[in-house]
Write a protein that binds this ligand. Structure first.
Ligand SMILES: C[S@@+](CC[C@H](N)C(=O)[O-])C[C@H]1O[C@@H](n2cnc3c(N)ncnc32)[C@H](O)[C@@H]1O
Length: 420
């Protein structure tokens, strides 16, 4: 049996964007997000395949890179993500705010900092995990910030802007090990002052908002619609045949636990009470709870799972679940695309326990089985600064140099272009 292989595709230098200096243009720098798109890749996909689109979609919208770029190109867009933190960030990043209203809300808020009295916030009730991550005095200051934003900022879009600002600074103000790839405390770290961090990051966000606002104003794109839905990519409410181009990057299998990575914001914003249930919703999570080793619709995927099951049954089950979920996403993509619409997928492969996990080839097969035709597959290298290059040999998770099981991976990914 011959399986699909992208091994012999030469690297395309045009897609590497080796000289890109900043990934923070427009609102892209508002919030860190794991495995976020390089905006230049999305820009090139739009310009090559989606320039004439009426509506673009990203079913794994993350922090909204596709939606921001669609807006800058004057194209309406819709995104779905299962993560409420992603939804909040995307909403804010795609909402340009008038400069005066934002500046005056900021000035009013900061003026309230003089009223701060730790004793007023010392006994505030929050999820118990907040006490694990924050000292009592950091917790009190952050609670004060949330409280003042909630009660003194009138407009919801400006409230959300400030909530995203806090979300971004939470890690700096807590015991969270910044350089870690999984949630861990670093009890020796210097904790930043929440008020100073808030002002510092907010000023940067306001400057980015100004440039974004002026660009959209000048191009006449201020009213271009962007919708971000808190939905599962396997079953969205996007109407059938309504999308001219999908531009997306699916989650990697068992590499990032988005539920864990975004837990600080999720607890503060009260998006979750039980992290165990929250984790299960994410495709690619190693907490899926699946107990089957069967993959439908791809012999190649089944072989990967069989090879893995000889080494670790539980990892094999997680990978099987991932492939079955991605097969449903491929069908959903076909459903929402309009005739002649493009599906543009940025996806990488990995290796777990010495088994090649060819997610790119498998997803290509799912899309083809769903009825889409191949246009092109591009191989691009990922600049090291944008992608961790070390992985744990056993789990495939991103890791750090001090892990004895760490192994260097050459960061490549594929841009798969298919047409309905
Ligand atoms: C690789 S990231 C996408 C990053 C995005 N391209 C950006 O630039 O920010 C994958 C996303 O898939 C989301 N995700 C995981 N499972 C999902 C599901 N069942 N439905 C929708 N989104 C999901 C994660 O929350 C994460 O935001």
């Amino acid at each position: 049996m011959r399986y699909i292989s992208f091994d012999n595709i030469p690297e395309n230098r045009e897609w590497a964007f080796e000289n890109v200096r900043s990934t923070e243009q427009w609102t892209h720098g508002y919030h860190r997000y794991p495995a976020k798109f390089l905006p230049d890749v999305v820009r090139k996909i739009i310009e090559d395949y989606a320039q004439d689109s009426i509506r673009i979609a990203d079913l794994f919208a993350g922090c909204g890179t596709t939606l921001v770029e669609a807006k800058v190109h004057g194209i309406a867009s819709v995104g779905t993500d299962i993560n409420p933190v992603a939804q909040l960030i995307t909403k804010v990043k795609t909402t340009p705010l008038t400069l005066d209203a934002l500046q005056s809300a900021y000035n009013n808020l900061v003026a309230l900092f003089d009223e701060y009295n730790e004793a007023d916030y010392a006994d505030i009730k929050k999820h118990e995990r907040i006490d694990y991550w924050f000292t009592p005095s950091q917790k009190a200051k952050i609670a004060f910030l949330y409280d003042k934003i909630y009660h003194s900022v009138i407009r919801d879009d400006i409230k959300d802007f400030f909530y995203v600002c806090i979300s971004h600074i939470l890690k700096n103000c807590s015991w969270w090990l910044q350089s870690g790839t999984k949630p861990q405390r670093d009890m020796g770290k210097k904790l930043e002052d929440p008020f100073k961090e808030f002002c510092r990051h907010c000023k940067r966000m306001m400057e980015w908002n100004r440039k974004f606002y002026e660009e959209l104003c000048q191009k006449g794109y201020l009213d271009t619609t962007c919708e971000i839905l808190l939905e599962d990519a396997r079953h969205t409410s996007i109407p059938t045949g309504s999308i001219n181009a999908i531009i997306t990057s699916p989650p990697y299998v068992t590499s990032y636990e988005y539920a864990d990575i975004h837990q600080l914001t999720a607890y503060w914003m009260e998006y979750i009470s039980d992290i165990h249930e929250f984790r299960k919703k994410f495709i690619g999570s190693s907490y899926s709870g699946n107990d089957s080793l069967i993959v439908s619709d791809s012999k190649q995927a089944q072989k990967i799972v069989n090879d893995l099951s000889g080494k670790s049954k539980h990892i094999a089950r997680d990978v099987a679940q991932y492939f079955n979920d991605m097969q449903k996403v491929a069908q959903e993509m076909k459903r929402v695309l309009a005739p002649n619409g493009y599906a543009c997928i940025v996806i990488g492969n990995t290796k777990i326990k010495d088994v090649q996990i060819k997610s790119a080839e498998v997803f290509f097969e799912f899309l083809r089985n769903a009825g889409l035709c191949k246009v092109k597959v591009i191989k691009r290298s990922i600049p090291h600064k944008l992608m961790p290059t070390l992985r744990d040999k056993n789990t495939g998770r991103f890791t750090k140099q001090d892990n004895p099981n760490c192994k260097k991976v050459y960061p490549n990914e594929y841009v798969i272009i298919m047409k309905k």
